[in-house]
Design a protein around this ligand. Sequence first.
Ligand SMILES: Nc1nc2c(c(=O)[nH]1)N[C@H]1C(S)=C(S)[C@@H](COP(=O)(O)O)O[C@H]1N2
Ligand SMILES: [Mo]
Length: 323
Amino acid sequence: MLIQKPPAISAREITVEELYRERRRFLRGGAAVALAATLPAATSAARAATFHQGVNDFGDLPDGGFGTDEELTPFDKVTTYNNFYEFSTDKAGPAELSGDFEPRPWTVAVEGEAENARRWDVDELIRRFPPQERVYRLRCVEAWSMVIPWVGFPLADLIKESKPTSRAKFVEFRTLHDPERMPGQRPGLFGNVLDWPYVEGLRMDEAAHPLTILGVGLYGRFLPNQNGAPLRLVVPWKYGFKSIKSIVTIRLSEKQPRNTWNIQAPREYGFYSNVNPEVAHPRWSQARERRIGEWKKRPTLPFNGYAEQVAHLYAGMDLHKHF
Ligand SMILES: Nc1nc2c(c(=O)[nH]1)N[C@H]1C(S)=C(S)[C@@H](COP(=O)(O)O)O[C@H]1N2
Ligand SMILES: [Mo]
């Protein structure tokens, strides 16, 4: 009998999903194993600085630009100080309560005003749009900030692939609504604090701006659950709440969508939510921020320091009115 030898599988042929499962097994087993060894990682020493404990789930990541030389917020802070109300309203809660959440298999529906409306498996998206590294500042509306080495791809690429119709003026995003898997959505203690599912929106030019990415990882790793696995938005010039986590629907629409925090408290949170030191929140100033890990507060920059790239999008708009 002739037993055919299986062809040698090159690392490139290992599917993203298999790789993810493999990593999850290791992590659950408590062993910190660098799967990077199975990938053709041609990573320079400088780039390796943005990995945590040498783990590199995505292979050699091209630098997506727009970076900053500012010190990175340590991995442990980025993954234990979170806002993710689907799990907890407490900053430490998401890391503690999201461990059992399974972010795969996962599909993302692109719908609405798109000729190529369709459903994508998240790993198909990652293969179709190879991720890059983007070191961005994240400024929370609560006046703290971090510097995070994200892994993601431009949302513009997916929008283009989806062929928006001439009526597509906005992009609306929706988080998974599944109280079985997301304890914060269960009625009870804080299950009613927000209207589920969490929704967000961007104007089409903001969504298609090269700074706007769909994040699929950080520090070279698959996105930890508490940071919005398996796929979240990252819009670095806006307050953190615009960067919606665990996305299941991306809808191109003609009308400006509502967004969760605007629905919750319209006087406090607008649709645009551009980082703006000159426009105070009704209950606190936005002029300064605490970089996580630092004591002395730093001044907050207009558009979170990305004014050169995005200020033109708002030319002629009254940003006190459109906060
Ligand atoms: N679905 C969902 N997305 C969300 C949130 C949330 O509660 N639910 N919190 C937002 C807020 S307020 C911030 S500051 C960022 C925090 O992202 P991080 O935990 O990865 O730093 O996620 C945003 N995305
Ligand atoms: Mo936030």
